[in-house]
Ligand binder design. Structure first.
Ligand code: FPP
Length: 234
């Protein structure tokens, strides 16, 4: 969700005004994904590197998360949305951790949309943590570490029970992953747009989904093989 700062700068507003507008867009996009029957949405709200921002901006962002959890948890629940926060929560304030736990347990049974919010998340942190957990389990089971498989590690990632993303949308014109779902993006389609996150609207989402619909996903196979499979299943 990139571009909040530039959106505010262009309007001679403080950066936090861009983040506030960005939070409104989050609400709108969640609804649009529910309406479009998209089952999983993962939003990168705060990376492990974002602590390097000015302390005031970090504090304001943390307050926005608090506000979102307080105001939106019940609405998300009523809308059939399961909310999960992924990332290293041990560095978040205690009250924020409590709000997260409460919102997650309130919405745990919902399945219309799973909304994963990445807060203090880093793809490399996720892989390192999963590797340690997988190795510990392996040793506990008396298995050699030589037997440790990709599946063992994947099973310990934050999003182990979610499918890998079909589409990654990055707003704000940059074309990089910035330590997002490093493991899970191996076969994801990428869509980069100049549109700043606070300007990302229904039309912008439709354009991204249209672009995705035109991609041929081969997963290592040839285009001919993919077409043959498509004909066979028709
Ligand atoms: C990146 O834009 C954005 C962030 C680091 C924060 C994302 C937060 C929100 C969208 C609002 C809060 C979200 C929730 C779920 C309550 P940037 O500030 O780096 O923009 P810039 O590149 O234009 O400076």
């Amino acid at each position: 969700m990139d571009g909040n700062g530039r959106w505010a700068y262009r309007r001679h507003l403080p950066r936090v005004a861009g983040h506030r507008r960005g939070a409104e867009i989050v609400r709108e996009m969640v609804q649009r994904c529910v309406d479009a029957q998209i089952a999983h949405l993962t939003l990168f709200a705060f990376s492990t590197e974002n602590w390097r921002r000015p302390p005031l901006e970090v504090r304001l962002l943390m307050n926005l998360f608090r506000l979102m959890l307080r105001r939106e948890a019940k609405k998300l629940h009523d809308n059939g949305v399961r909310l999960r926060i992924i990332g290293d929560q041990s560095h978040l304030a205690a009250d924020l951790q409590t709000l997260i736990r409460d919102a997650e347990s309130l919405t745990a049974g919902n399945r219309r949309l799973t909304l994963n919010l990445a807060v203090n998340y880093g793809g490399r942190w996720d892989i390192a943590r999963a590797s340690k957990r997988a190795a510990a389990k392996c040793l506990q089971a008396g298995r050699s570490l030589d037997a440790l498989s990709e599946e063992d590690i994947a099973a310990e990632l934050c999003l182990a029970d979610s499918p890998e993303p079909d589409l990654l949308i990055r707003t704000g014109g940059e074309e990089r992953i910035s330590n997002f779902l490093v493991w899970q993006l191996a076969y994801t389609e990428f869509y980069f747009t100049e549109t700043l996150w606070p300007d990302f609207d229904g039309n912008a989402l439709d354009l991204a989904l249209k672009s995705f619909a035109q991609r041929q996903r081969r997963f290592g196979r040839t285009g001919d093989q993919v077409q043959e499979d498509a004909c066979a299943s028709d």
